[in-house]
Design a protein around this ligand. Sequence first.
Ligand code: FHN
Length: 587
Amino acid sequence: MRAVDVSAVKRPSRRRSAEAALARWREARFGLFIHWGLYAIPAGVWQGKRVPYIGEWMMFREKIPLATYAKFAAQFNPKNFDAAGIVRLAREAGQRYLVITAKHHDGFAMYESASHPYNVVQATPWHHDPMKDLARECKKQGVTLCFYYSQDIDWQHPDGAWNTWDFDERKKNTNRYLREKVYPQLRELLTNYGPVGLIWFDTPVTISPRQSAAIRRFVKKIQPGCLVSGRIGHGLGDYGIPRDNQMPPGRLAGDWEVCATLNHTWGYKKHDQDWKSASDLIRTLVESASKNANYLLNIGPDATGRVPAASVSRLRAIGAWLRKNGASIYGTSPSPFAHDFPWGRITTKGRILYLHLFNKPSRLFELRGLQTRVVTATPLLAPGRKLGVRQTIDPTTGTPVLKLDLQGLRFANPVTVLKLRLAACPTVTPGPIQEPDGILSLLTAEARACSAKGRPNLKISPLGFTGGWKQTSDWLEWRGTVLTPGKFTVEVITTHQHLESWSGGHTARIETTGRSLRKKLTRDAQIDYIQAAYFPRIATRMGQVEIKEPGPFTLSLHLDKILPPPKDTPLWDDMSPLVVAVRLLPV
Ligand code: FHN
């Protein structure tokens, strides 16, 4: 998503310019998120106490009166802010767009807003508009400038959502807030800084479908090529966003953007020094691309404007990997398979398949289900080294099996990429296939929702989880392929957002091969994976089954008893069970 000088090109139609903008955004695959505002001053500490949760929510967590919070503005004079350096950092990291908080939930505009005095130019001794600097630098350095804007939650405006300690909830009038603050400020952002790649709307909590639609129209009227993030609400974004730091299982349908922190806060917190490793970040970038998602990775500059050194080094490490391996990420399409693999992830570009190995593989690498002929296979970084290729058909199941001889392959941490040239665009066997290690993962995304009463209420969400599973007459069903029969332990895997409670305790039943396993969903084990801190995956061991013959098989998951949701049901979740998968592990 390189910045485009719109004055130099003939004006395309509105529709074409929106499509071109989406195509550029998709091609970019990697962006820089920046959370910077007054909250960087307390930096996670209030009245001598470390405040838990993300730094930019301090005003809400501590119910700090607006008059008190607003005093931070008088201290904001960020002598280390370096727009050129930040944009250079994004470029070094291989990030092609940058999204900065023009106004976060605290309601403070980090740019010159003629329509509202609560802004960085009028209210701080700095009297300076950092967005002007960033716009100039983005244009100069070829990075697309984008703005985050909190369109619903606003703790400064009496009619904004969720400041109930300063303002009377009953008197709130959202339309007045939109009219007085949101529309005028959006107009400023869309007219004073040149072309804007996208507006990253966030947290639609009280806004109506009509209001979201009107905001979208407003943006598109001023800049038809400006994208609108999925959190405008009501499914009206140009692309979707999973929850923060969430990596869904399996491939996603449509366009998505995974947004993530480098530590565990978005806005700067001086005591959060728990940084993710560069290796995990690179793997997460790969995983996002393999699932049809961009990766938007955050920095939280401190109150002086300095980007934490730990963030800089990690972004540079990702950039170093991308400089060599970027062909397997930028402009790629997602994996042709709907499921994930235990060894790594796949991206594609036309007739090329990129296999991203996350661990040192054994000499013989096996991939099941690829129907297309492989012409050549080479390590991406050693194009002259042809790898041995053998493609056969498993005689009992008809499953295509690809074997690569990786002898002498130099595995480079954290991800080594193999490039496979195919005779045509890839096609694959649909449905779950048993892996060479004997494990069968049946993702919810690959299941069918069924009901004994006609149409199921149970939904499979676009992110591949169950939703609205409230009736025992609904069930999930999979058809998969087993190549090596035998005895298997059956696990049901469920998840939850780490700050919300886990929906367990329901009674589940597995039906397969004429056997029935019935058990309460208990927390028997936790599955280790990169995002486990945010969305723990909990395994319930249901018992054992025996599959006697190779070939197709069917398995279904039922809930015989569904517990009512807890009283503290959060806004984002109906607290019905979130099933990720059923796994069959060879005994
Ligand atoms: O509440 C915000 C949060 O402060 C942060 O901006 C994140 C970034 O995705 N969005 C909201 C929570 O989902």
